[in-house]
Write a protein that binds this ligand. Sequence first.
Ligand SMILES: C[S@@+](CC[C@H](N)C(=O)[O-])C[C@H]1O[C@@H](n2cnc3c(N)ncnc32)[C@H](O)[C@@H]1O
Length: 295
Amino acid sequence: MNKATQTAAIDKTLAEICREFRLPAVASEAQWQRLLECLPVAVRRRFECYSLALSLSGDPFERRRLQEALAERTVPPGAAHMLEEALRLAAAPDLEARFYRFLGSDPQLVAVGLAGRMRLYRELLPSLVAAVTQSGSPPRRILDVGSFAGVVTVTIARVFPQAHVIGIERDVRWVEVARDLARRLAVGNVRFEPADCWAYNPECSVDQIWWLFVTSGQAPEDLLGAILSRARSWLRVGGRLILLERWQQDVDLLIRSAARVAGLAIGDVLPVRWHCPAEGDQLQRTNAYLLDRVS
Ligand SMILES: C[S@@+](CC[C@H](N)C(=O)[O-])C[C@H]1O[C@@H](n2cnc3c(N)ncnc32)[C@H](O)[C@@H]1O
């Protein structure tokens, strides 16, 4: 497939997914808010509580400020309960896992989660796929880590029809959502497995690993070495890791030294930009790293 055909295949797949889930093709913040408003009140409150907890978990100053405000009772009585719950959740070591379990627990919430990401997929996937296909032979085995609803997995399965794509996902509810998606779109060259990536070993080595937004909430210095050495053990020689996380800091130097230690070489660094309705449609920027197993 050339670049134009690839982009058309990606657009067509994403449009089909939106039709299947009855989502707006590119949800604006207002459309996304309207989906949120359709949730039962208790579910919506819980969603807002998780969203707040996720932003508080990386912000100790804001946590302390809220704790002080709650202790001094300067918080409106109606909001105190929710803030206390958000602070409690923010301190939980498995906050992200709990959040994804909750998000996968109800079809309306699944739609909210997906609508929040469809624009990101539309903005990211064409350039990532083009960069990945620029070099090397067509992939035969692809691993998508943290496959969530399976959107990336089925899209790359359509773009690389000769490949077999495996999506691994820690949360079984999302594995079911992804399997259902593949069935509905009649994508046959894909399989989803419930698995924690830190304990996973593929049956045989793979040509590509897609690692998009799996561990974004965690500090890169604690994770990069583990991600890259895992990826190296899964890749065949010449295989490629596509690594994209939303780290708050510049990770360029860290990646370069972790790649050297793991035996990977940086093939390309791709500046990527996308919009996120859940964050006020703001433009987000980061780098995607394409790393190759050279020996
Ligand atoms: C932000 S979501 C979406 C990621 C997906 N790659 C995408 O771009 O649409 C992160 C997903 O990674 C999964 N995940 C997080 N840690 C994981 C792990 N250790 N093993 C497997 N899946 C994991 C979560 O359950 C969640 O579904």
